[in-house]
Write a protein that binds this ligand. Structure first.
Ligand SMILES: [Zn+2]
Length: 199
């Protein structure tokens, strides 16, 4: 069976490496792109390069931003004494959509996963401890995904944070087990946040 011409095949391979895009979707997108005008393709390519070059990690919370520190970390109306710890920057967006959190965030960059070789040194734990120590932080909310690794990471963090005299809490149950925070609906996530309990 003849395959695609080399350039189109390369595009399918490249798209297929993106998260959530299997070979079928990659093929569909690639075929759509090569049928589009050059201007449309250029716009997509430019927006990727532009977003990449403008976006940095907030040196405070680790979320994505164009200005460092980000607008959440510099918002004086937000309560700096409460930090909500999440796995990924997309979780910040999910929690912001609930409109029910007025503290600040800390993006860990993943969870502990010994099988994948991810230990505490691979996550933004040191910077979390530094924030807790140097600021007037009174509560840390662990809003990690309800997966086995997320639970294990929360336990680990609760242990080291507890010894630093801050209240450690976690989201109330009710989130789909094994799921992603950013897939939960706003009402469920907002309720889990408001009904959080001490660790
Ligand atoms: Zn920030």
């Amino acid at each position: 069976m003849a395959g695609f011409p080399p350039a189109l095949d390369r595009l399918v391979q490249t798209l297929g490496r993106l998260p959530g895009i299997g070979r079928k979707s990659a093929t569909r997108i690639a075929l759509k792109l090569v049928s589009s005008s050059e201007a449309e393709c250029r716009e997509l390519a430019d927006s990727i390069v532009d977003a990449r070059s403008r976006t940095v990690r907030c040196s405070e919370c680790g979320s994505f931003t164009e200005d460092d520190p980000c607008s959440i970390c510099t918002d004086t109306r937000r309560d700096p004494s409460v930090i909500c710890v999440v796995e990924r920057a997309s979780d910040v967006l999910a929690l912001e959509r609930t409109g029910r959190f007025r503290g600040r965030y800390h993006v860990l960059g993943g969870v502990l996963s010994p099988l994948d070789g991810i230990g505490p040194e691979n996550l933004r734990i040191d910077s979390l401890l530094a924030r807790v120590t140097s600021r007037q932080v009174t509560e840390v909310i662990l809003a990690l995904n309800p997966t086995a690794e997320g639970e294990a990471t929360a336990l680990y963090l609760a242990r080291i944070l507890g010894s630093r005299g801050v209240t450690v809490s976690k989201l109330a149950s009710g989130l789909p087990v094994g799921g992603d925070l950013d897939l939960a609906d706003e009402l469920t996530l907002g309720t889990a946040l408001e009904e959080r309990r001490a660790f």
